[in-house]
Design a protein around this ligand. Structure first.
Ligand code: CO8
Length: 261
């Protein structure tokens, strides 16, 4: 495994990969080299035969305090446009077929909030500090925040948050459906995230990947097309060995031994 400067990579549980953002001096501000490393680590996990689910986290103090403001400050339009600044962020979601759980403690602001919103499942502490403060810097969310936050909380709340730059707590994130669960401490959060990842990693890789794919489709397709897409994928899983293994094990009251085929 290669070594990284801005992140740490481990496999803390069977089937579980963990990426920890580790740029403490800047509260994990997402400079370009960090994003490059994060993409590389996720690609490595995507290809790994031993990793089936991934946890992405930061420190107890900060998940990530945003894109690197000092790096962005001098950027010109022509440079941002011609180099497709930020575009590589989308790789994080599009290339990753394995489930990604974001475990958020502390600040998740701007690009940090957007990164958390890119995950398949978001867990956080009650005191986590989410927000899209870009308006205060004379700009707007640039990594999907205006779209993903709006889908998560509805238009009026998203408008209020993005137009005022006001932050919201982990407790609110859970109440509004942004977070799936909240935890009282960073330790409890990590335990919860790793446990969920381990649970997911214990299922058929084929079924897990298909489940992630169909849920994601709901974000892009009208309902009728989404339901049809789901049915097609559901039908296709009758061609997998694991569907036979899973249903036979149920009938025999045994634990399924997945072939991942
Ligand atoms: N970029 C660069 N450096 C940062 C950032 C950041 N986003 N956030 C914190 N830092 C640095 C600080 O400059 C400081 O460095 P130094 O010690 O050298 O002065 C260090 O981290 C510690 O920060 P503070 O002293 O400010 O710590 P506090 O505990 O007092 O405050 C806050 C914590 C409230 C999180 C505060 O640091 C803050 O407001 N940070 C900026 C938050 C913000 O505005 N984020 C949005 C950035 S814009 C954005 O993400 C646009 C996304 C567009 C798409 C993605 C683009 C890649």
């Amino acid at each position: 495994r290669r070594s990284y400067e801005y992140i740490e990579v481990s496999e803390p549980r069977p089937g579980v990969g963990q990426v920890t953002l580790n740029r403490p001096k800047a509260l994990n501000a997402l400079c370009t080299p960090l994003i490059v490393e994060l993409n590389a680590a996720l690609r490595e996990f995507q290809q790994s035969p031993t990793v089936a689910a991934i946890v992405l986290t930061g420190s107890a103090k900060a998940f990530a305090a945003g894109a690197d403001i000092k790096e962005m400050a001098p950027l010109a339009f022509s440079e941002a446009y011609t180099t497709s600044f930020i575009e590589s962020w989308s790789e994080l979601t599009t290339a990753l077929k394995k489930p990604l759980i974001a475990a958020v403690s502390g600040h998740a602001l701007g690009g940090g909030c957007e990164l958390a919103l890119m995950a398949d499942v978001l867990y956080c502490t009650t005191t986590a500090n989410f927000g899209q403060p870009e308006i205060k810097l004379g700009t707007i969310p640039g990594a999907g925040g205006s779209q993903r936050l709006t889908r998560a909380v509805g238009k009026s709340k998203a408008m209020e948050l993005i137009l005022t730059g006001k932050s919201f707590s982990g407790e609110e994130a859970e109440r509004w459906g942004v977070a799936a669960r909240v935890f009282p401490s960073h330790e409890a959060l990590m335990e919860g995230a790793l446990k969920t990842a381990e649970t997911i990693a214990g299922y058929s890789k084929v079924a897990v990947q298909a489940a992630k794919e169909v849920v994601n489709k709901s974000q892009d397709l009208p309902l009728r097309d989404g339901v049809e897409f789901e049915r097609r994928v559901f039908h296709s899983l009758f061609g997998s060995q694991d569907q036979k293994i899973g249903m036979k094990a149920f009938a025999e009251k045994k634990k399924a031994e997945w072939s991942h085929q």
